[in-house]
Design a protein around this ligand. Structure first.
Ligand code: MN
Length: 408
């Protein structure tokens, strides 16, 4: 390894897991260390990860799931092994790692069930008023972490383009819907919690819930607002959010982030006992931001600056609620936090809120304005220690065979 490449990262981001493909190597597990990725299969061959059983099998897999299934003792053994080698400046760190710009990062895990919550009170309040004027936060909202089941099969990784979806919606003033390209494609800045330890169908207590979480990942819950509004009364979103959800390539182990936990705000009214027993709700103090770059811009414009500490419901409460009726957690399940909007204008974490559903267009530094995301725009989401999630929005892929609308 070139000695100049052996420089330790000055202010290292936390170690994080991903799946990478290098030149001539099959997809396998890697660990981010500064600007390099440690090939865990090669690193394990140096006998520095002996606490990880079946290392040659789980690290050669093109997904994190097999490793996650080994459980928390193996996860800690892996982190401890890598961290000790870094502390000792062991040669193995360098001989088994590759510069990040020489690898392709793939979707880090096979996604099981995907649930998206609605855990920011700021978002729930503003979004419900904007989408349905006159409506308020639902009656159930202060009593349970509201969410909906979405599609694990449509999770894509940073760098994969997102096609503008088709769907049914009601154009302004129309009485019949049309089937066409969405006119209001939105992003939602969120955190994803990746389930590592499954549950057996009995309710998980809040105090035990964090032990089921393997790690955190940045998440963009793409939303077509016109499709969503037309289809989701009285049920939740369906096709308006089913076409794609993007995640970052790095899953940061929860044990490296627990020190960033802070008490959540006061929960009033108090949740029922099974969502609170003997544990104060805690959220992560993680600064997050979103930016947009049009095709004529070099550098993206910052459009949102927020923090995961603005969430009302904790991940423990989300897991306790999800499992409270008998639902099982499986390794690879993904739990989205919901849009992480905060109290002030700059912390609005989706275009719906940023532009007041189109009433206050956003002007970008190239002079163009946006009510929602346009084809050719790149949405870039960053999170403290969580890396970057960037996605280019591209035109709809196909023209539908026919529209059923007669009044276009
Ligand atoms: Mn969402």
């Amino acid at each position: 390894v070139d000695p100049q490449q052996r420089e330790r990262p000055a202010a290292p981001e936390p170690l994080a897991y991903g799946v990478f493909c290098g030149e001539g190597s099959s997809p396998r597990l890697g660990m981010r260390y500064g600007e390099r990725v440690i090939d865990l299969l090669r690193f394990a061959e140096c006998s520095l990860l002996d606490g990880v059983p079946e290392a040659s099998r789980v690290f050669a897999a093109p997904r994190l799931n097999d490793f996650m299934e080994l459980g928390p003792s193996a996860w800690s053994a892996c982190l401890d092994g890598v961290q000790s080698a870094i502390d000792d400046d062991d040669d193995a760190i360098w001989t088994s790692s590759i510069p990040l710009d020489e690898v392709t990062l793939l979707r880090p895990f096979d996604v099981g069930d995907f649930v998206d919550f609605y855990a920011s009170k700021h978002h729930a309040g503003t979004a419900s008023k904007l989408l349905r004027p006159g409506s308020e936060i639902p009656e159930c909202w202060p009593y349970l972490p509201l969410g909906y089941h979405s599609r694990g099969g449509n999770i894509v990784v940073s760098g994969e383009p997102v096609h503008r979806p088709w769907g049914q919606f009601l154009p302004k003033g129309a009485v019949r819907p049309v089937y066409g390209e969405t006119q209001s494609l939105d992003f939602e800045l969120e955190l994803g919690f990746v389930v590592g330890v499954p549950s057996d169908g009995s309710p998980v207590r809040p105090a035990d819930a964090l032990a089921h979480v393997f790690g955190l990942v940045l998440l963009n819950d793409w939303s077509a607002r016109d499709i969503q509004v037309f289809e989701s009364r009285p049920l939740g979103p369906f096709l308006g959010k089913a076409f794609a959800t993007s995640i970052a390539p790095w899953v940061v182990p929860v044990e490296l982030l627990v020190d960033l936990r802070v008490p959540a705000g006061v929960q009033d009214p108090a949740p029922l006992d099974h969502l609170l027993v003997d544990i104060e709700a805690h959220v992560f103090d993680l600064p997050l931001e979103a930016a947009i770059r049009s095709s004529s811009m070099e550098v993206p414009d910052l459009v949102c600056q927020t923090n995961a500490r603005h969430l009302y419901w904790s991940v423990e409460q989300q897991i306790a609620h999800l499992t409270s009726g008998g639902a099982r957690l499986r390794t690879g399940d993904l739990l989205g936090s919901g849009t992480i909007s905060g109290p002030d204008r700059l912390s609005r974490a989706c275009m719906l809120e940023i532009t007041d559903h189109g009433a206050t267009p956003l002007v970008l530094s190239d002079g163009t304005s946006r009510t929602y995301v346009q084809d050719g725009d790149e949405v870039v989401i960053r999170g403290h220690g969580l890396g970057t999630l960037q996605s280019l929005v591209v035109a709809a892929t196909r023209v539908p065979a026919s529209s059923t609308s007669r009044d276009r």
